[in-house]
Design a protein around this ligand. Structure first.
Ligand code: UD1
Length: 452
């Protein structure tokens, strides 16, 4: 049996939760780490499937990969003896393509299986290729692999046709060890771009302007060892903020950089939540039914596409009609059919979802579909009447560490069933709760009367 979540909704989530390190920053940083021939220690990496897959692939290059503890790894690229990383597992993750830039920069040659990642639309890599070519590499695709070869890498002026996180990081990696100066214009500004640049600089690179749309890189001849700690995960933080909003709870989210969540905080305030920002934590409190708004996903500092499905759940339960425009990926509304099974009223036309808020959702058997869609459906299930069975939990585990345990610590009823026996056991537990519903306990009567 494939793992699934058994979820019973209806409880406001309250309490404190700690966020792990950023998955997307860690993918770039771990790939960059192979560029040094000395020990590089990276802390605060999340223990999630995508990261573990990338670490396995890095080990296959011959690099030393030593897991010091659950969140800390030491990498040494001096033992690399294979720059042709063609493995099936690389098709499952997006971040594997960073090895292309990292190995090309260091060895002037790399072969990497075309990356996969979530199926949220067409995900070309033409901008990565354009950047490598501008640096002097020949790049071609053959048998499902990208091959990059450069007798010499020379800095260049590169204008990205669209803002791309992956292309910005990949070009930065190769250019860090190219000869001379590279300028990347129309660069992405996401927090993980800055984090990767800071990490490369900690290894001796010379990168300026990361976090703005013009990044200037002066190539250096080699990189050295470093110790580094990855920034907190922006999207995990946003997901817990949304969990407070949709369940009408009160959650203090710790180990975060509140600035990275500005667009999410402002939308939550707009729909009626209280958001309090502290130095390294955010508290979201929501007492009443939220109201409608419009959102459009944009590159950072705009509203993140990776928060679009979670926000749509909040809007599906908000009073009034909301419009969500997805401007980054062309197939990011697949989860809508699953929400409709729960009673949501959403219509999708091209890249726009029109959401008529409903008073409540009901549990159903659902498919997680992809990483953020899966997280959004968990949130929806936590608000729903009855039980939800969420299949294909493997998608959620790609990017959220201990998601179910963290949610349980906030009072959620969510269980991970890994076999039929557990599925039966957890179904009984949540059914037990359903029976409780009919018991006239004073506490239950009070909490019911608080509802709309
Ligand atoms: C990264 C994130 C992903 C996030 C996305 C946008 C990682 C591992 N994944 O994905 O979670 O949703 O940023 O914030 O960090 N494009 C091209 N040609 C290219 C590159 C991109 O046309 O060469 C297009 C894409 O199809 C997309 C847009 O540009 O429409 C943005 O993509 P990009 O920022 O590159 O996303 P990823 O790096 O794949």
């Amino acid at each position: 049996m494939e793992q699934q979540y058994v979820i019973r909704g209806g409880k406001p989530l309250c309490g404190e939760v700690f966020v792990n390190g950023s998955k997307n920053a860690a993918l770039g940083i771990l790939a960059a780490a192979v560029m040094a021939d000395e020990n590089v220690t990276i802390d605060n990496i999340p223990d999630v499937q995508d990261i573990n897959t990338l670490l396995d692939v890095i080990a296959k290059t011959g690099a030393m990969v030593k897991r010091i503890d659950r969140h800390k790894v030491m990498i040494n690229g001096s033992t690399i003896n294979n720059v042709e990383v063609k493995y099936n597992e690389m098709r499952e993750i997006r971040g594997s393509y960073y090895l292309l830039g990292a190995l090309l920069g260091k060895y002037r040659h790399s072969v990497v299986t075309l990356p996969g990642g979530c199926n949220i639309g067409s995900r070309p890599i033409d901008q990565h290729i354009k950047g490598f070519r501008a640096l002097g590499a020949e790049v071609w695709i053959e048998g499902g692999n990208v091959i990059a070869d450069a007798p010499k890498l020379v800095g260049s002026h590169i204008y990205l046709d669209m803002v791309s996180v992956g292309a910005t990081i990949n070009i930065m990696l190769a250019a860090a060890l190219a000869e001379g100066k590279t300028v990347i214009e129309n660069a992405a500004k996401e927090p993980h771009i800055t984090d990767c640049a800071n990490f490369l600089n900690a290894m001796g690179a010379n990168i300026k302007g990361a976090g703005t749309d013009v990044i200037r890189i002066k190539g250096v001849s080699k990189l050295h060892g470093a110790e580094y700690s990855v920034i907190p995960d922006q999207i995990e933080t946003g997901t817990f903020m949304m969990a407070a909003a949709v369940t009408r709870g009160d959650i203090l989210i710790r180990n975060v950089i509140p600035k990275h969540l500005d667009s999410v905080s402002s939308k939550l305030r707009e729909i009626g939540c209280d958001v309090y920002e502290y130095d390294d934590s955010i508290r979201v409190k929501c007492k009443n039914r939220t109201t409608h708004t419009h959102i459009k996903t944009l590159p950072y500092p705009g509203f993140p596409t990776d928060m679009q499905p979670q926000m749509a759940v909040a809007l599906a339960l908000s009073q009034g009609t909301s419009i969500v425009t997805e401007s980054i990926f062309d197939n990011r509304f697949k989860y809508v059919d699953e929400l409709v099974k729960m009673g949501a009223q959403i219509k999708v036309e091209s890249n726009v979802a029109i959401i008529d808020g409903v008073m409540g959702l009901t549990g159903a058997t659902l498919n997680a579909l992809d990483l953020r869609a899966g997280a959004a459906l968990v949130l929806a299930a936590l608000t729903a009447r009855g039980t939800t069975y969420l299949e294909k939990v493997c998608f959620v585990k790609r990017g959220y560490e201990d998601f179910d345990a963290k949610l349980r610590s906030l009072g959620a009823q969510i269980y991970l069933a890994t076999n039929e026996r557990e599925l039966e056991k957890y179904s009984m537990i949540v059914l037990g709760d359903d029976r409780d519903k009919f018991r006239p306990e004073p506490e239950r009567i009070m909490s019911q009367s608080k509802e709309d």
